[in-house]
Design a protein around this ligand. Structure first.
Ligand code: ATP
Ligand code: MG
Length: 339
């Protein structure tokens, strides 16, 4: 007789700061993966508004006004709320409570050594006024991941130190609890885990103002591609050009659907005879075609804010219940489950 085997799906937690509309870096860094992963996994996607506040405490409106933008971006690329739980960080109290418990397991010097936090502190020019919330945001990220017992976390390269720090907290906690209350997680990196900005100088980031957004107008896309960094020594069309570090080719690799064609373009460029104007035109066509339907769907979703809020609330209610259960376990492990 055949048994009815009910396999529990592996859990995924991922998310984005609500610091601006999502961009091409998100698309290749994690959104495309999420659309595929939702078919096989139990996926929760967090709109990280609290984490957005850690460097925007002086301007909370920047964060609150971007929450629905991020939700619209999710829906526009194909994240399906009936398959993926989309939820809002600030409306899930267990996440803040877990952060408080875990804060006692991490030293300030360990936080200061976190390479991503270190780089971000430098680029944000906080000087001696680093917000305490910013320094400790890796702890809050550990709370987000563990609150859903996530074992897989699709992220960009910049987030790897956060996952390392999360797993350290998990091991420390379980050691103290003398049992496996929390579970360790693994990063899931995409093919393009760090998309550079058009000028090639840094990672494409909302906070750097160097993005091509999923909702960018056709005109803005065109302007960004035209300004793209290529090979500064490729002065005449017939000169042989360099493909490495040439952002137009980095983007063609990331977004053009025909890899063989891109390879032939690279060979032609290296041989000489292919101008930057032509490669930029090919890239622009590819991006315009890819982003047009996303932009249209995004606008459609944003035209009904009440519906977006309803979707976010439904996911948040589910996530709240799930995270409460983990919080109870954590409190029990600390002997704090009196009521
Ligand atoms: P901010 O500047 O506010 O930090 P951001 O553009 O860096 O915003 P996040 O919300 O911090 O975006 O990142 C959300 C997810 O997207 C993370 O997993 C991050 O690694 C990934 N990601 C962000 N930028 C890129 C990029 N340029 N390439 C690949 N992945 C990226
Ligand atoms: Mg970031």
């Amino acid at each position: 007789m055949q048994k009815n085997i009910h396999l529990k799906k592996e859990k995924i937690l991922t998310g984005d700061r609500a610091t601006g509309p999502l961009h091409l870096g998100h698309l290749v860094g994690s959104l495309q993966q999420r659309v595929l992963l939702q078919e096989q996994y139990d996926q929760t996607v967090l709109v990280a508004d609290l984490q957005g506040l850690t460097d925007n405490g002086h301007n909370p409106q920047k964060v609150s006004s971007n929450i629905l933008n991020v939700v619209a971006d999710y829906l526009a690329v194909g994240i399906n709320p009936s398959k993926t739980t989309i939820c809002l960080q600030s409306a899930i109290p267990a996440l803040s409570e877990l952060t408080m418990y875990y804060s006692n397991l991490v030293s300030i010097s360990r936080l200061e050594r976190n390479p991503t936090v270190k780089n971000e502190i430098k680029s944000k020019e906080f000087g001696r006024s680093i917000p305490a919330g910013f320094l400790t945001y890796p702890i809050s990220q550990a709370a987000d991941i563990t609150a859903f017992k996530a074992t897989l976390v699709p992220v960009g390269e910049d987030q790897l130190p956060m996952l390392e720090q999360t797993n350290e907290i998990v091991r420390r906690f379980n050691h103290i609890a003398q049992r496996e209350v929390l579970v360790e997680c693994k990063a899931l990196l995409s093919k393009v885990s760090r998309l550079p900005s058009a000028d090639g100088k840094s990672k494409m980031s909302k906070s750097m103002g160097n993005t091509i957004m999923l909702g960018s107008s056709a005109k803005d896309i065109s302007r960004s591609v035209k300004s793209m960094y290529t090979d500064p020594n490729h002065l005449c069309v017939n000169d042989s050009g360099q493909v490495e570090g040439n952002i137009v080719f980095t983007y063609l690799d990331a977004f053009h659907p025909d890899a063989e064609y891109v390879q032939s373009l690279k060979e032609h460029y290296q041989r000489g005879g292919l101008g930057d104007g032509t490669t930029k035109k090919i890239l622009e066509e590819c991006l315009q075609e890819m982003l047009r339907p996303i932009r249209e769907r995004r606008e459609h979703y944003l035209s009904d804010k009440a519906e977006l809020i309803a979707i976010l609330k439904l996911g948040t209610d589910k996530a709240r219940d799930e995270s409460e259960a983990v919080l109870e376990d954590v409190k029990r492990a600390f002997g704090l489950n009196f009521f």
